[in-house]
Design a binder for this molecule. Structure first.
Ligand code: NAD
Length: 334
């Protein structure tokens, strides 16, 4: 019997934290997945290779045909490379996750962030235009809200005041998505993710970094007085939101929307550290430092729109999510 393919979906950044989970979720529901990633060294590329290995193991375990998952190593800034991929495969949808993430390093290297996050996104939109792909999902970020005073943050709040190059590149990405949507009838969902955590979380993100340092008995950098708040979103909830956005963009025409994907629940820095201490059974040594430029005081998502239009429904409790992260961390730490 031949392989039945639901649709063929390109995931850029499919070797990364969110991307590797997404590839597995799409394969699980019967999509063919093409992962475009350049395995850069923003963090140890071996971690990304291990993520891909796990996806391949997942395929084997679940009797999915190996031809359903293709990895193309290359750079989204290279339009000729991208064209060669799309000439070889007929693609129904693109989920564009590849980017340089992280607020603080973007202040050190704004030129690199601009080139990957803005020019790379324009290249992916050019591909949509050239290959008549009508379904595009873009990974934006809660950082576009800057130090928005109104909480919770909703999609119609004005986001013209970013406070880091990273945030500005994500806002610019949304603007280019809207431009291509209008000019070429591409259906677009821009998803503003609110700090995502869970197994395979990037090692530079606070939950992962703090867990590592606390278990090694090293001090953790503790910026501010512990009252800063984040809306942490568990990876499975984010993946559910992304797959729902792909379906939404795939039905009907003339669609462009921005959606917050958060948990709609804020956790203070002090509670986050307390939860990691309780979960690991180890005490944290705090290296108290002033607030960093580019860091926002609080993120808090109004998710009414994603609930109503996409049927997004995050369910993970923070303490439970940290337990799941810690289980993964202990299994994978070297
Ligand atoms: P990640 O760094 O783990 O994944 C990004 C992947 O993109 C990496 O595997 C990287 O190698 C790849 N990549 C980067 N530049 C590339 C290029 N030029 N060409 C090809 N591939 C390239 O990051 P993540 O945490 O999984 O984030 C995925 C997306 O979600 C990013 O766009 C990020 O900005 C956004 N986002 C993440 C969070 C979060 O909390 N993790 C929050 C908001 C937004």
């Amino acid at each position: 019997m031949g392989v039945i393919i639901l649709s063929t979906i390109v995931v850029t950044g499919g070797a990364g934290f969110i991307g590797s989970h997404l590839c597995e979720a799409l394969l699980r529901r019967g999509d063919k997945v093409i992962n475009i990633d350049n395995f850069n060294d923003f963090y140890d590329p071996q971690i990304k290779k291990d993520n891909v290995k796990e996806t391949i193991e997942y395929i084997k375990k679940n009797n999915i045909a190996p031809s359903m998952y293709i990895v193309k190593e290359g750079d989204i800034r290279d339009l000729e490379f991208l064209r060669s991929v799309f000439e070889e495969h007929a693609v129904d949808a693109i989920v564009h996750l590849a980017a340089y993430a992280g607020v603080r390093p973007s202040i050190q290297n704004p030129v690199l962030y601009t080139s990957v996050n803005i020019n790379g996104t324009v290249n992916m939109l050019e591909i949509c235009k050239e290959f008549s792909i009508k379904n595009f999902v873009f990974a934006s970020s809660s950082s576009v809200y800057g130090n928005n005073k109104k909480v919770p943050f909703s999609e119609d709040d004005i986001v013209d005041y970013p406070i880091s190059p990273y945030a500005a590149t994500k806002k610019a990405g949304e603007l280019m998505c809207h431009t291509y949507h209008t000019l070429y009838d591409i259906n677009v969902a821009c998803l503003r993710f609110f700090t995502v955590y869970g197994p395979r979380q990037r090692p530079d993100l606070a939950i992962h970094k703090f867990t590592r340092l606390i278990t090694e008995g090293k001090s953790i950098p503790y910026y501010g007085d512990g009252t800063t708040e984040r809306d942490y979103t568990y990876i499975d909830d984010i993946i559910d939101g992304i797959t729902k956005a792909i379906s939404w963009a795939g039905e009907g025409n003339g669609k462009f929307e921005v959606f917050n994907l958060g948990e709609s629940n804020t956790i203070s820095l002090s509670r986050m550290v307390k939860t990691i201490q309780e979960t690991t059974g180890k005490k944290a040594n705090l290296d108290r430092l002033p607030m960093q430029p580019g860091d926002v005081d609080r993120t808090n998502a109004d998710i009414t729109k994603a609930k109503q239009i996409l049927g997004y429904n995050p369910t993970m409790d923070f303490e439970e999510g940290i337990k799941k992260f810690a289980n993964w961390f202990y299994k994978n730490k070297t």
